[in-house]
Unconditional design. Structure first.
Length: 85
């Protein structure tokens, strides 16, 4: 039970940090940040390996970098769709 709660809290924190690094407004508020944190926690270690401190099953540094990449790409896609409509 505590593992799930820690994972959710870490995903939210990682999502907020990644969003702040890129400077885009993540849609969805806290839920959007949580989703971005989970995607970044999957994407970051897949691209860079699992290194650095680990909390709640998340390698913190690669997860933050992966989240920043995901939020940046999401911002590019949303700008592209805004221009076409």
């Amino acid at each position: 039970m505590w593992g799930i709660i820690i994972s959710i809290v870490m995903a939210i924190v990682i999502g907020i940090i990644g969003d702040a690094l890129v400077g885009n407004d993540m849609p969805g508020g806290i839920i959007g940040s949580m989703v971005a944190g989970f995607v970044g926690a999957w994407l970051g270690p897949m691209l860079m390996g699992s290194w650095g401190p680990e909390i709640g099953g998340f390698a913190i540094v690669p997860a933050i970098i992966g989240t920043a990449i995901f939020v940046f790409l999401l911002g590019l896609v949303s700008k592209m769709f805004r221009r076409t409509t």
